[in-house]
Design a protein around this ligand. Structure first.
Ligand code: DP6
Length: 364
């Protein structure tokens, strides 16, 4: 696919009004996206598990305007209340996608959005939020172009979501998604997320991700700034090379279900992500003392029990605890007895690998 494939010379027969609702999940990267080029092109390929419980539900109501406006016309509601602070991000998203969706200027939109997880959980909602909105716009586009295939619908939804937030392009489908050109992954693309195309061992079915909420505050450094700090970073080139190698190593691991090697790559990726933050200029640390306590507890538990539990981190202090279905009782006991004490107010979220976004209702 190229960018041209997502443009169209004419969009006729615009519906007067309608609405649609999508519920789109978050995702957790195993090989991390950290560093980007112009136009939301990733500096390296990444792969993620799509999640299930952590999701954003967005309803888009659209009404055809009598005439084009100079500015994008939309109202935004978050959890039932107007949310002016989200508007600049949506406005920027509309600016970026306008050349692919010129019809957005012809509508007034009412966007109502809510998250399944508490807003102040330190969980980034950009992946689920931007993918849900991109899917809603694609439902409108499908009204305009009814002959559109399901495949094109998903591809363009991922392409648009990427322009809102990079990691959002990995939230359209499940359950293992690759984003970014990787010479050894057929079909991979910098423009959109694709389903991992090779064999995956059944040990990865129903994988669990329990998210330990160590710090529910707002991030001190945004991902967008963190990505920028990879420009001119002294270790950037090697880091990007390593991501390509790790993605290749994972192919054998996914196929054979080799959990020991899986753990080594996933934990190394998480620590490398944070090492990049600690060695950028300005440098910063997003882990908290309790993040490290949890990591050490996981290592000690693994040593003692030979369990296949491991951790990963996103751009924050929270810890994602990953484990296979066969160990769910054992690991969940361990989490409750030994890890929850390090969570803010004892809060955590039980999630698991999921199968992508769902349309909830169409009433047009
Ligand atoms: C650490 O997708 O939030 O979670 O493209 O600027 O919106 P923008 O960044 P974002 O970055 C996510 C970074 C990460 C790793 C990952 O999800 O791959």
């Amino acid at each position: 696919m190229t960018e041209k494939d997502f443009k169209r010379s004419s969009f006729e027969h615009l519906p007067k009004s309608g609405n649609c609702t999508w519920k789109s999940p978050s995702n957790i990267a195993l090989v991390k996206y950290w560093g980007k080029k112009e136009n939301q092109i990733p500096a390296n390929p990444s792969v993620s598990f799509t999640l299930d419980a952590c999701a954003t539900t967005t309803t888009l109501e659209y009404t055809l305007l009598d005439e084009d406006k100079d500015e994008f016309s939309f109202d935004l509601f978050f959890e039932g209340k107007p949310k002016i602070s989200f508007k600049p991000k949506i406005n920027k998203f509309f600016e970026r996608i306008e050349e692919y969706c010129p019809y957005i200027r012809k509508y007034h939109f009412k966007i109502e959005t809510s998250n399944s997880f508490p807003h102040s959980s330190g969980i980034a909602s950009s992946a689920s939020g931007m993918s849900a909105l991109a899917l809603c716009l694609m439902s409108l586009e499908k009204e305009i172009v009814p002959e559109m295939t399901q495949n094109y619908f998903n591809q363009k939804a991922s392409f648009l979501a990427r322009l809102g937030s990079g990691s959002a392009c990995r939230s359209i489908e499940g359950n293992l998604i690759v984003w970014g050109n990787h010479k050894d992954t057929i079909g991979s693309s910098d423009l959109l997320g694709v389903r991992y195309p090779y064999e995956v061992h059944s040990v990865f079915d129903k994988f669990h991700d329990t998210i330990l909420l160590v710090d529910k505050g707002k991030k001190q450094v945004s991902s967008t700034l963190g990505h920028q700090l990879m420009n001119g970073h002294p270790f950037a080139e090697n880091r990007f090379k390593q991501a390509h190698q790790n993605l290749l190593k994972l192919q054998k691991i996914f196929k054979e279900g080799d959990l020991k090697s899986f753990i080594e790559i996933v934990e190394s990726e998480a620590l490398t992500l944070h090492a990049m933050m600690m060695t950028s200029l300005p440098y910063f640390i997003l882990m908290q003392p309790n993040t490290l306590q949890i990591i050490h507890k996981i290592w000690a538990f693994r040593e003692k029990t030979n369990s296949n539990v491991c951790f990963t981190l996103d751009a924050g202090a929270n810890v994602h605890v990953l484990y296979p279905e066969s160990e769910k009782e054992l690991v969940f006991e361990f989490i409750k007895n030994e890890l929850v004490a390090y969570c803010e107010n004892g809060h955590y979220i039980c999630d698991r690998i999921g199968f992508g976004a769902k349309q909830l209702a169409v009433d047009i």
